[in-house]
Write a protein that binds this ligand. Structure first.
Ligand SMILES: Nc1ncnc2c1ncn2[C@@H]1O[C@H](COP(=O)(O)OP(=O)(O)OP(=O)(O)O)[C@@H](O)[C@H]1O
Length: 624
């Protein structure tokens, strides 16, 4: 994955804007938080009954709070005015009962939503992970890993919080405000209208706030992704950082990013503080005005003291629902942004399993009839062109018409200058990248027409940079062929000359080799990766310089064992060293995007100056 800073999909590696600068928001001006949030419905659907029940319970609980002013009115105008002690006790008991019931109902609401919403979060995370696993390598080349991590963690947490809290409470508080104003207008409509006065300016302010806050929220969430990338790279690259004494520059990069994030968070806080100040001040002013007017009306005998008490208590009970709107909107905005970020990844189309491209091709190769595939035709590249999707448009393709036939059972070494496209060519066989044009056939079958499973069962790969997972040696090797038994595992380890060092590990093949196999040496990791490639006795084997990290002695031992494996398979082996080249029956020279020469090692030494130059190490050896 790229080390990069992301803000603007679909190029998540574009630089983040400066703090304060308007950040890009997906969908541009027509982005709607509601439309974004509606996309969560398929995930919420299975738990809708619980969510609606919880919302209903919360509405009942919240509206119960509005009964308290009515009891107070009855208390003031009735028992208190008539000095009826029993009535006062009854009123007190009623108030207590309503309060306790309200608390119990809010507790029930929380119980109702907690488990289902954790389930929604887990399901969304699992689907994101599954999608990420199936997205093509080109996608992962483009996206910074921290951006993906933050989507899978922080953004999904935000979504769960939104579903648990703001979603319900926007509904609950909205209903409470409506019912409350209804009660106020019924009690004394003139005073009710005074309280309604701030509504228009508040709605306008909220809509301005929403637009500004969503920009800041998007920027903050992208910056968290950038920060995650830096932390992840600093941890994974700790050896390089220490080896080159780069702590300070890494710390500087981290500080710069966290400073940007701080700026964005402060902007969010300022926006929130502004809207909150308005949301708190305007209703307070209206309540103050209503209090003065109401007191005058009571003094004039136009209004009972109980009604005024009930009116003001209802108005005060509505303070929290009104005041909460600001941060509920803020949280909803962040959730909408998190939803956008989540679906940016989920909307990335998956490559079709077996594209129709192969079957509708206009120029089928005569050597590979689709209806009757030639058995044991080996591996063929036919006019294969490949250009990286993110390469500049004027750059020449990395592969520009590769033609090569590796006969069944043959091993061909692929040789070329560094950067000539050898790794790229090998990556096209298991379709880690799709060829831009041309085709690759395995025993006459176009790889583009094979399903991923078929392809994986035919081809095994080992790359120069061996990746091991935090699992046991056994699990790492058997990843190459899950059905392989103990015998196959031992054979594969023997071929890769890994048996001895694996047996010396504390728990042998059951030893956990840690994240990226960091507890093993480079050569040991490379041998386990090689064992993984050969364990399933694949029909086609693709090895990208698999012995580069081995010492000369181990290399010759691995080569001797590998010869046996290669004898029974069709293989393409990227080779930098003459010793690896000698494993092959023939050598193909990749130059300027094409196969410039094919022949045995000695034929090419005679006929190709470029090959002689590349193999000059061996020449020196021969001279010696
Ligand atoms: N993900 C990518 N996006 C764009 N260009 C890429 C990408 N990966 C590799 N390239 C470019 O493609 C070209 C071929 O790279 P490749 O890794 O296939 O070369 P190679 O022959 O295997 O090199 P080496 O011998 O050094 O391993 C290089 O110019 C490289 O910069």
């Amino acid at each position: 994955m790229m080390s990069a800073i992301a803000t603007d999909p679909p190029r998540p590696d574009s630089p983040a804007p400066e703090p304060g600068a308007p950040g890009p928001v997906p969908g541009g001006s027509d982005r709607s938080a509601v439309r974004s949030l509606l996309r969560l419905w398929p995930y919420v659907r299975p738990v809708r009954a619980r969510l609606f029940t919880a919302a209903f319970v919360a509405i009942v609980a919240s509206c119960l709070g509005l009964v308290i002013p009515l009891i107070l009115k009855w208390l003031v105008d009735g028992p208190i005015a008539h000095r009826d002690t029993d009535g006062v006790w009854l009123g007190g008991a009623l108030l207590l009962a309503v309060g306790v019931l309200e608390a119990l109902l809010f507790g029930l609401r929380r119980w109702l939503v907690a488990r289902p919403l954790a389930g929604v979060e887990a399901r969304m995370r699992a689907e994101l992970f599954r999608h990420l696993q199936r997205l093509p390598v080109a996608f992962h080349d483009r996206w910074a890993s921290g951006q993906l991590l933050s989507r899978a963690t922080a953004d999904l947490q935000l979504l769960r919080m939104f579903l648990a809290f703001p979603l319900t409470f926007l509904l609950v508080n909205g209903t409470t405000i409506l019912v409350g104003f209804g009660v106020l207008l019924v009690q004394e409509w003139t005073l009710g209208l005074v309280l309604l006065l701030p509504v228009v300016p508040l709605v306008l302010l909220c809509s301005v706030f929403e637009t500004r806050y969503s920009l800041a929220a998007r920027r903050a969430q992208d910056q968290i992704g950038d920060l995650t990338t830096v932390v992840e790279e600093s941890v994974l690259g700790i050896r390089i950082i220490k080896g080159f004494g780069r702590h300070r520059s890494q710390a500087r990069a981290f500080r710069a990013l966290s400073h940007r994030l701080l700026g964005t968070e402060l902007r969010k806080a300022r926006l929130l503080a502004g809207i909150w100040a308005m949301i708190m001040t305007l209703p307070e002013l209206a309540i103050g005005a209503a209090l003065v007017l109401g007191t005058v009306q009571v003094a004039d005998g136009e209004l009972s003291a109980g009604t005024l008490v009930a009116f003001l208590t209802t108005a005060l009970a509505l303070r929290w629902p009104v005041e909460s709107i600001g941060f509920l909107l803020a949280m909803s905005n962040e959730a909408a942004t998190a939803t956008d970020r989540y679906f940016e990844v989920m909307d990335e189309p998956l490559p079709p399993d077996a594209p129709a491209r192969a079957s509708v091709r206009e120029d089928p190769a005569p050597s590979a009839p689709a209806a009757d595939p030639a058995p044991a035709d080996g591996l063929r590249f036919e006019r294969v062109v490949f250009r990286y999707p993110d390469a500049p448009p004027d750059a020449p393709p990395v592969l520009d018409g590769v033609d090569l036939h590796i006969r069944s059972g043959e091993t061909v070494a692929l040789v070329g200058a560094t950067g000539s496209g050898k790794t790229t060519l090998t990556a096209l066989i298991p379709r880690l990248h799709e060829a831009t044009s041309g085709r690759i056939t395995l025993d006459g079958r176009d790889v583009a027409a094979l399903t991923r499973d078929e392809l994986r069962s035919l081809v095994a790969v080992a790359f120069e940079e061996p990746t091991l997972f935090s699992a046991s040696v056994r699990e790492n090797v058997l990843m190459g062929a899950e059905s392989a038994g103990e015998e196959e595992l031992t054979r594969a380890l023997r071929v890769a000359q890994a048996e001895e060092f694996v047996n010396a590990l504390p728990q042998g093949v059951d030893t956990q080799v840690g994240e990226q196999g960091l507890s093993l040496s480079g050569g040991q990791r490379q041998r386990l990766a090689l064992a993984r490639a050969v364990v399933g006795r694949p029909r086609f084997l693709v090895l990208d310089d698999p012995l580069s990290a081995l010492d000369v002695h181990t290399e010759s031992l691995v080569e001797a064992a590998l010869r046996e494996v290669l004898a029974g398979t069709t293989a393409l082996v990227v080779a930098h060293r003459p010793s690896t080249v000698l494993l092959a029956d023939r050598v193909a020279l990749l130059s300027r995007g094409r196969i410039a020469a094919v022949g045995t090692h000695h034929e090419l030494l005679r006929s190709s100056a470029e090959y002689r130059h590349l193999m000059s190490g061996e020449q020196r050896e021969e001279e010696r």
